[in-house]
Design a protein around this ligand. Sequence first.
Ligand SMILES: Cc1cc2nc3c(=O)[nH]c(=O)nc-3n(C[C@H](O)[C@H](O)[C@H](O)COP(=O)(O)OP(=O)(O)OC[C@H]3O[C@@H](n4cnc5c(N)ncnc54)[C@H](O)[C@@H]3O)c2cc1C
Length: 457
Amino acid sequence: MRVVVVGAGLAGLTAALELEAAGADVAVLEARDRVGGRMHGIRATPGVVADGGAAYLGVRHTELLALIREYGLRLASTEMLGESTFLIGTERTTTASRVPPLDAIALGDLFDRLDDLVGQVRLDAPWQSPGAECLDRISAADWLADAVKRPDAHTFFPLFLGEMMAADPAAISALHMAFYLRSGGGIRYLNAFEGGAQQWRIDGGSHQLCEAMADRLGDRVRLGRTVRAIHQNRDGVVVRCVSDADAALTEYPANRVVVALPPVLAQRIEFRPGLRAPRATATTGRGCAVKVHMGYQSPVWRDHGLSGWSVSTSGPLLSTVDDSPPDGSAGVLTGFVTGAAATDFSALSTAQQMDSALAHARRLFPGLPAPMRCTVTDWLGEKYSRGCYAALFGPGDWLRLGPTLTEPHGRVHWAGTETSLEFFGLMEGAIRSGRRVATELIEGADVATHSRKVLSR
Ligand SMILES: Cc1cc2nc3c(=O)[nH]c(=O)nc-3n(C[C@H](O)[C@H](O)[C@H](O)COP(=O)(O)OP(=O)(O)OC[C@H]3O[C@@H](n4cnc5c(N)ncnc54)[C@H](O)[C@@H]3O)c2cc1C
């Protein structure tokens, strides 16, 4: 059986390797001139590559941890020693605690209400959760206005959703918020460094995993091939793509296709016959995240007793984290601009973005020298990602899109982190979606026999 996989992100590469191991003849078509999609290494200092995209993982990300072991990559702990920095309004404080200096009752109340909501969601079919119709109709902002009255909860909520989901609470449905938090392991797991979803990074960058997987696939991976159309009939399917290098159109005939793209990008492909159910709607949003890396000679903030971790109530850098190499041979401070703040930030020129980020860093860490290097990775402008960390389902989307997210369209099958009900939006979800789709194809057809037949023609 010949399978064309569209997209060489973690999901597409996982599916391709599994199918290839089962005897399928695989080709992976990737629009960019690199593999990895939302996993992308950038140079933070002359000698250090940092994560411009996905970075953190935890003990429950079992498939990801297994791949990290299989490809001989190393984990770097995110353990932070030293005081946290908070910029609440204009007031800067440093403290040993990780809890922002806001009304503790308000934050406790907010988390209790969120816990109740998250506990209601059915992971196997969020659209069938109790009260799903109502929760999918309102935004997360509407839910908050109704559920929690204390002002500090309203101050903290957008920061929390920005950090967890790169989401503006007004743009996602309450059901999507609750589902995402449940799918990722619950609020406390997702939010935690030690013992939580942010316990480790891959030393040297998560993109190395995708590069190693692509190396194993060799010339089955074709870069610079943007898929524009997928036409199928009873005999087979043809994938049409355009080459970045010379705008040449190429056709790849196949028995099956795996589309491993974020839903808004899959929706742009011309399908014949047309899709029975949409992959995205006008309310399906893009996650809004920009990462700013500041590279130093060493983690100088540690000399000041600071962990480098900070939270600010206004942008651009709503949070920062110490992403320095484990041996401390250089200092890397990563700033996150998320949610509504990211939309404003993304509209600035690169020079303005750097000026604004560096001015914010000076307010957070007044004793530090200027970084040697400042790099901005703006995912809002990435045409082959359409935002990050992941797609955001707006009001109505789960009820409309959820039931058919993984339903094959004839010979076309779906993967990508947004098709995974477990760890949706995360690297772990991407791997699980790739494994699920490969099993779907392998169990649906005797791949090895088909492959032999195709090869013997
Ligand atoms: C800033 C940021 C921070 C993140 N933080 C974390 C984190 O800490 N932990 C975590 O687990 N996850 C995190 N994520 C999410 C994680 O990166 C994704 O869940 C995961 O990488 C998605 O993999 P995928 O294969 O499903 O999709 P993608 O990586 O998006 O892969 C899709 C691929 O398809 C290609 N493509 C698009 N259109 C076409 C086309 N028409 N034809 C051919 N190819 C096409 C793209 O170029 C891309 O390579 C983060 C993401 C970002 C951007």
